[in-house]
Ligand binder design. Structure first.
Ligand code: ATP
Ligand code: MG
Length: 464
């Protein structure tokens, strides 16, 4: 009974494979622009050594694609017919690692070359399926994926045609099994095989399509783009830890702003950031401006090789979802500050069910948000204490971001800019002026306000 049910789920997956090529197009050295010395010499040495030991070995994936486009590769991947154990036997500095599947890392000082054994696409018939090596769930998603295969099979199981190019540094030839060179020339991201099936096998490929389109400034080929919107909700079933890794790649690779536009357009933003997607519906201009401004700044920092913190990024991505929650809690009678704390806590907890943001980032997110409450309160020694707070800079940058998105703060950002520039006596004047201003506005700046219980404040200091 159950088996029948599963088969009926599986039957649509048994469509004939498209674009299957068993003989590659071979490009000799005068038919492509690649040169051996553009590749990491360690990676080239590994390929040479594996080949002399009698195995097939190639440089593959992102490094071949990027070099064909004149982009400096992030890393160099090697694909080989040798099993991980055979690779390890050849190199002293090799370590087998296994996350989703077994790989070998070969270490050369700080450089690591990843060596993967050729793998095959998943067997789709029950008779072929060896449940120790591979398995799918009822929607077609691959759960385990450790079936070794031939070079031809390895090319077919790769995601995009532009990622299935193999470079042999010895003969200087490129093997193209999926018309990848054609798609590089036409600047197109195209899935190998039946797009719907390939997304169902691994929904993260939808995010990868966007990532490569944004990074390379490519279009997404029509049939590759078409199933994304209907299948986008499948991302909800992806383990939150894997999505955290993918989202970092999406937003920290220097092309976050166009990536965000594409994610929203292809309805992939919603399953990743459901609360922010709602804010985008209810307050489109503010939410869109705040997030894209944060991403433009992030891209700029990445391009200038400046450090970027995921905490700031997530703080911005989630911030527009906060006001609605604060309001809801206030309506239930909670005072403003505890409501803010509680809303922040709830929002992060919910978000972590989708994307597993580690604690080392969720704490700073809370601190950046907390800073937003504290930055307006500057009287007495408070301003100086805030300046000394290790989170001040992030909090101040975040304030400027909110202002850029159109939030009314009564010139608070400019005040803090001036305060940082001012000398000691200038600062005293600014604080005094502040006192007289707020007194004339009928406020008592130095008076302590006690909020109700339940107020938890990350990084609270003696200034309170
Ligand atoms: P970059 O490293 O520049 O982000 P890349 O193409 O090298 O890009 P990786 O994530 O390093 O991407 O993956 C290496 C290669 O492994 C890819 O080029 C692709 O051929 C294959 N690959 C990675 N993830 C998948 C996947 N989910 N499905 C199928 N093939 C994949
Ligand atoms: Mg790579």
């Amino acid at each position: 009974m159950l088996k029948k049910l599963f088969q009926s789920f599986r039957s649509p997956l048994r469509k004939p494979q498209q674009h299957v090529r068993t003989t590659p197009e071979v490009l000799s050295s005068n038919q492509h622009s690649l040169q051996r010395n553009q590749f990491s010499r360690y990676a080239v040495n590994i390929v040479e050594r594996l080949q002399s030991a009698g195995y097939q070995a190639y440089l593959v994936g992102g490094c071949v694609r990027d070099l064909m486009l004149g982009i400096t590769p992030k890393d160099f991947d090697v694909a080989t017919s040798a099993t991980p154990e055979q690779v390890r036997a050849e190199f002293r500095n090799a370590r087998i690692i296994g996350r989703r599947f077994k790989l070998v890392h070969i270490h050369f000082g700080r450089e690591i070359i990843e060596v993967a054994t050729f793998r095959a696409n998943h067997p789709q018939d029950d008779e072929q399926e060896d449940s120790h090596q591979s398995s799918r769930n009822e929607s077609g998603r691959i759960l385990r994926d450790n079936v070794y295969g031939t070079l031809e099979e390895d090319a077919q199981r790769r995601d995009f045609t532009i990622n299935a190019l193999y470079y042999d540094p010895v003969t200087e030839r490129v093997l193209d099994y999926a018309h990848g060179v054609h798609d590089i020339r036409n600047r197109l991201v195209r899935l190998i095989g039946d797009p719907e099936q390939r997304y169902k096998e691994d929904p993260v490929r939808m995010l990868r399509a966007v990532r490569f389109a944004a990074k390379l400034d490519f279009g997404i080929e029509k049939h590759t783009a078409l199933p994304i919107r209907p299948l986008a909700p499948m991302l909800r079933d992806i383990p939150a830890a894997r999505l955290f890794e993918e989202v970092l790649k999406l937003f920290l690779s220097g092309h976050a702003a166009p990536t965000f536009e594409m994610l929203v357009d292809l309805e992939l933003f919603d399953p990743l950031f459901p609360a922010s997607a709602k804010a985008l519906e209810h307050m489109p201009t503010y939410t869109h401006t705040l997030i894209s401004q944060a991403l433009v700044n992030t891209d700029l920092r990445v391009q200038q090789n400046k450090p970027v913190t995921p905490a700031f990024l997530f703080a911005a991505l989630l911030w527009p979802a906060l006001p609605y929650r604060v309001l809801r809690l206030q309506e239930r009678g909670m005072p403003p500050i505890p409501a803010m704390q509680e809303a922040a806590h709830e929002l992060i907890a919910e978000q972590c069910q989708r994307i597993a943001i580690p604690k080392r980032f969720t704490l700073p997110i809370r601190e950046i948000w907390d800073m937003q409450e504290r930055l307006p309160r500057r009287s007495g020694k408070r301003a100086d204490l805030l300046l000394d707070n290790p989170r001040f800079r992030a909090g101040y940058d975040f304030l400027l971001l909110r202002e850029a998105a159109g939030e009314e703060t009564d010139g608070l950002g400019e005040w803090w800019t001036d305060y940082q520039d001012a000398n000691e006596s200038g600062r005293r004047d600014m604080i005094r002026e502040l006192g007289s201003k707020s007194e004339s506005a009928g406020q008592a700046p130095r008076k302590r306000r006690r909020s109700g219980g339940g107020r938890k404040r990350a990084g609270a200091d003696a200034g309170e």
